[in-house]
Design a protein around this ligand. Structure first.
Ligand SMILES: Nc1nc2c(c(=O)[nH]1)N[C@H]1C(S)=C(S)[C@@H](COP(=O)(O)O)O[C@H]1N2
Ligand SMILES: [Mo]
Length: 363
């Protein structure tokens, strides 16, 4: 057998380093897929370093770099701008990582690193326009207040966006109608609809317009599609389509295998994509051998997941349930994805084992 590439591990057992990350950063409990807006505390969480303690009274957002007029704003200045509010779905780029074999060593997500909040704040573009980017500006760098070391490089968490993609950005100071919780970026974060979660820089304090592509760690080294020999390839950008089912019935405590009674049941779930609206969700009750279309709910908004439902007459026996999303650009979830070294963008179709039996009252 060939050795697993550096930074990966073969086999099932997770390491204590992975467990430590998993204990800090939590996923969406899948039953919370029943809510269109994820209730407070149930939204997934991913924090590379420590949660910084930010004093809102002295906090400032600075906009500078290759601009005509640098701008400095307090939180009250930002709240004085037009308030834009929108339900927006986030998903971590590493969602699905722990299902790859060998497993890339990092936060060991299964399928549920996702959530939808109503984010509110000031639109980014008018503030950039006020600063006046130079004619040769290519990207905008977003710098945060959390600091750590990654790949031996000390750094503030920071990421750049091509200047054209910054146009859709929101500078959010509210989540679900209240101030941002500390773990979600208090007092200010960037939100870029459609992009994977790493783009939504929390504890944002500085915006720098640059005339050369940014070469910081999170763009050049992190968040790239790597080959097994460790060569960074394409950057990770928008969310690939994915659908998840709210698991039916009740769980067995330790394995979380689902148990339900035979008979009619309505399967429900939510689907999203960063490449356009969801146009089709299909459900399989035979481990992906065949799929049938689900009924789609009314859209929640252009940048939020779409609910769906599917009537199933559950026969006694063991089954594997799946749902599969297709977006308006024609992208469909695959049953298997090509492996990559950092475990990004694994949108392979979910597999939910269920045992349907009359053995106990499960209704
Ligand atoms: N400053 C800062 N911003 C950050 C991160 C971070 O560690 N530091 N993590 C990113 C990643 S990888 C993800 S997936 C999202 C998670 O956002 P949430 O915890 O609010 O769901 O925040 C992004 N923004
Ligand atoms: Mo992430």
């Amino acid at each position: 057998m060939e050795a697993a590439p550096a930074g990966t591990v073969a086999g099932q057992g997770i390491t204590q380093d992975e467990l430590r990350l998993a204990a800090r950063n939590h996923a969406l409990p899948l039953e919370a897929l029943r809510h269109p807006i994820t209730p407070p505390g149930l939204h997934y969480l991913l924090i590379h370093y420590d949660i910084p303690d930010v004093d809102p009274a002295t906090f400032r957002l600075e906009i500078g770099g290759a601009v005509e007029r640098p701008v400095s704003l307090s939180l009250d200045d930002l709240r004085g701008r037009e308030r834009i509010a929108e339900p927006i779905t986030f998903e971590c780029a590493g969602n699905g990582r722990a299902l790859l074999e060998p497993r890339p060593l990092s936060q060991p997500w299964l399928t549920e690193a996702v959530g939808t909040a109503e984010w509110a704040g000031a639109a980014l573009q008018p503030l950039l326009d006020e600063a006046g980017p130079s004619a040769s500006a290519v990207e905008v760098v977003f710098t945060a207040l959390d600091r750590g070391v990654e790949g031996d490089v000390p750094q503030w968490y920071e990421r750049s966006l091509p200047i054209a993609d910054a146009a859709g950005g929101l500078l959010a100071y509210e989540m679900n109608g209240g101030p941002l919780p500390p773990q979600h970026g208090f007092p200010l974060r960037l939100v870029v609809p459609g992009w994977y979660g790493m783009t939504n820089v929390k504890w944002l304090t500085r915006i720098t317009v640059v005339e050369e592509p940014f070469t910081g760690f999170q763009n050049a080294v992190g968040y790239r599609m790597y080959s097994p020999d460790g060569v960074p390839g394409e950057p990770v950008t928008r969310m690939a389509p994915r659908s998840l089912m709210a698991p039916p019935g009740v769980p067995e405590f330790f394995t979380r295998e689902r148990r339900l009674e035979p008979g009619p049941v309505t399967l429900t779930g939510r689907a999203w994509s960063g490449h356009g609206p969801i146009e089709l969700v299909e459900v399989s009750t035979d481990d992906g051998a065949s799929f049938a279309p689900a009924q789609l709910d009314e859209p929640l908004g252009p940048h939020a997941w779409r609910g769906w439902r599917f009537a199933w007459d559950a026969p006694a026996g063991e089954h594997v349930l799946s749902s599969r999303a297709t977006d308006a650009a024609g992208n469909t979830q695959p049953l298997d994805v090509p492996w990559n070294l950092k475990g990004y963008s694994n949108n392979a179709v979910e597999r939910i084992p269920v045992r349907v039996a009359n053995e106990a009252d499960l209704s």
